[in-house]
Design a protein around this ligand. Structure first.
Ligand code: PMP
Length: 337
């Protein structure tokens, strides 16, 4: 018989899927560069964050910070919550999640479905404000028996990517990866994967994708709508030495490209995936222009589009913010009917 004892055994080992027509490469470059998407929504909790959830909880159990019957409290945009809720439920812990009000209702309901409690806080306040989601979670985490994983400072966040995501990408590409493209929230993914890949081959280029307005691309934290990426402060989990380059992506490009990934690659993924893949397309087009036929670009797609059906995949929501759907004929090549 073939089975696993728990869904937790299904975390990681996600596949690489080749991107095609959305790259808009000239015919001469159709076979190269190779652009491969690491599809993290195939994790059982639906996102890349299952990886850090497991690692952070196991480390806290080992250190004694998390005791049997304890409560996990975390500010999260949803995906880390799902990962933690899933692992916690299987291991018998209670969970309380604190998230900003811009996080979709769908995402909040997913957390509740796993049995977690959700507290919603305003996005439009400074991190030091008492109602900010950082401060509310600190207050909850000071209760007896509570443990805060703190994905923004927990070294097991980047370490999980150093130990799993990075080695998987290296093995799957047989060491031929030349460029790694990734969005940045806590910075855990890019820091862990980037460090691992550079240790294998220092020539691997690590490229961050960032929403226009976020600190990683020189912004001040000005609001943007894409969820899960970009910051208004520098998290401890972000290794400032790892990215060779950061590509700034507008909400409009992120959302239009997210829609294209669903319509043209059959990849129903979230907005931060559209953002990262738009940056990867930019990199691929540059490499094609340079004739770099050896290039192998891997872009990490963190989550599924299912959590954004009422937003990115809702024409009225997009129109309300003045964004194009990306579905129009405007990206078709000339002469195509
Ligand atoms: N995309 C989404 C949808 C996320 O939830 C996150 C995590 N905040 C990221 C990207 C960024 O990953 P990381 O925190 O590892 O930088």
């Amino acid at each position: 018989m073939q089975y696993v004892n728990s869904v937790l055994d299904l975390i990681g080992n996600t596949p690489l899927v080749r991107l095609g027509r959305t790259l808009d490469l000239p015919d001469a470059a159709a076979d190269a560069p190779l652009v491969l998407a690491k599809v993290e929504y195939l994790n059982p909790g639906g996102s890349v964050k299952d990886r850090i959830a497991t690692r952070m909880i196991e480390a806290a159990e080992a250190s004694g910070e998390l005791q049997p019957g304890g409560t996990i409290v975390e500010p999260t945009s949803g995906n880390t919550g799902v990962g933690l809720a899933m692992v916690a439920q299987q291991k018998g812990y209670k969970c309380i999640f604190v998230c900003p009000d811009k996080v979709s209702v769908d995402k909040r309901n997913v957390l509740k479905a796993y049995g977690a409690e959700v507290v919603v806080c305003p996005t439009a306040v400074a991190p030091e404000h008492p109602d900010s989601y950082y401060n509310v979670s600190d207050r909850l985490a000071s209760q007896p028996g509570a443990w805060k994983p703190n994905q923004y400072a927990n070294p097991h966040n980047p370490r999980s990517h150093y130990e799993t995501t990075g080695p998987e990408i290296w093995a799957q590409t047989e060491g031929r990866i030349t460029h790694f493209v990734c969005g940045m929230g806590t910075g855990g993914t890019i820091s862990g994967v980037g460090r691992y890949l550079k240790e294998q081959n220092p020539d691997v280029q690590v490229i961050g994708a960032d929403p226009a307005g976020s600190v990683y691309s020189g912004g001040t934290g000005r609001p943007y709508l894409v969820e899960g990426v970009g910051e208004d402060f520098w998290p401890d989990t972000y290794d400032r030495t790892v990215a060779d380059r950061v590509i700034e992506v507008s909400d409009a490009d992120s959302f239009a490209f997210t829609r294209r990934l669903a319509r043209e690659e059959a990849l129903l993924v979230g907005g931060s995936c559209g953002m990262a893949a738009w940056a990867a397309r930019q990199v691929a087009q540059e490499l094609a222009a340079e004739g770099r036929t050896d290039a192998v670009v891997v872009v990490l797609l963190p989550d599924s589009g299912r959590g954004y059906l009422t937003k990115i995949f809702n024409d009225e929501w997009l129109a309300q913010y003045g964004f194009a759907t990306g579905d129009q004929e405007d990206h078709r090549t000339v002469g195509e009917v």
